[in-house]
Design a protein around this ligand. Sequence first.
Ligand SMILES: *Cc1c(COP(=O)(O)O)cnc(C)c1O
Length: 402
Amino acid sequence: MTATADLQARFDAALMPNYGTPPIALVRGEGRRVWDADGRSYLDLVAGIAVSALGHGHPALTAAVADQAAALAHTSNLYLHPREVELAERLIGLLGAEPGGDARVFFANSGTEANEAALKIVKRAAGPGRGRIVSTANAFHGRTSGALAVTGKAAIREPFGPFGMDVVFVPYGDADALRAAVDTTCTAVFVEPVQGEAGIVTAPDGYLREVRAACDAAGAAFVLDEIQSGIGRTGHWFAHQAAGVRPDVLTLAKGLGGGLPIGAAVGFGRYATALAKGDHGSTFGGNPVACAAALAVLDTIETQGLLANAADLGALLADGITAAGHPLVAGVRGTGLWRGVVLTAPAAGAVQTAAAAHGFLVNAVAPDVIRLAPPLTITRDEIQAFTAALPAILDDTDRETP
Ligand SMILES: *Cc1c(COP(=O)(O)O)cnc(C)c1O
């Protein structure tokens, strides 16, 4: 029995079946490379679902985590600690605001918790007669009940309802449908700049500005979920900055901690201060170790020029895939180091398996879409190694797909 098979059998015997049995058991990582329990190595083009922004074992993140864990690992929210203050100030600055201005941050531990905070913020701020939340078909906002209620993917939402919330789903990217749904009974609109879990689905240019305008016209809150798109993934700190709009509430997680669990909800204007003392909280939220990790992530993105790297190498990646001209590839979607390779057949699972056999981690995010979200530290040589191997990976997939 291989070490992987042994771990899989023990996994099945001890963990709930909600993830199925993962095909690979990872034990170690360095840079963009990870190793499995049987010593095979892979170039990581998934980054733990757009999380490991600095790759694996990055010295800045490792030192920040080790130093903070040794100094003070936990405070609870009964006490403040400097790292949460520094991180909130830093995020506010990256969002073009200033501490003391009209933006404030709440720290949580995950994406779904960031969206739960956003829900409470907009409910607190909503005037009388409101209650409806507008979201988009196929959206993904998280797995806890509030975030799940606004998640458009029916297959993962419906078994767990009802949620006691009035939620309307409109087609993603359709500004007319959105305008029609957002009226003065609407509390908030939840939307992603690009739908990540739906398969890196992009909206038409100007869509976020249309969302902003519809919310302004109806007096509804614009909640922008940048949990996957934020923190440099698209080549901008935040995807909405390229669209030239500002939301009322911005949610973040995934890449923010570079692998440590942290989420954030940033409120602007009256949404910055809607939660009064006692309205919300989290024992672990804004944990010093997670905040230290996030500060290391933001510093490294800035000092290493990783926004430009994401833009440049993301273009190289997309061009390399297109240039391969393989009949299984219909096209490439997305921006920066966040790409969906659209296949001409529902063969994404087989491509993922074939890629692993060739030493590359990719993610079958939809039956016909492969997601690529490598660390922002990825190099030109690593991108080229993947695009060079891709035709052989896809040829193998063709052979295996019945
Ligand atoms: C991953 C994700 C979430 C949920 O984040 P968790 O940390 O898994 O709870 C919410 N929204 C979007 C857009 C995501 O990509």
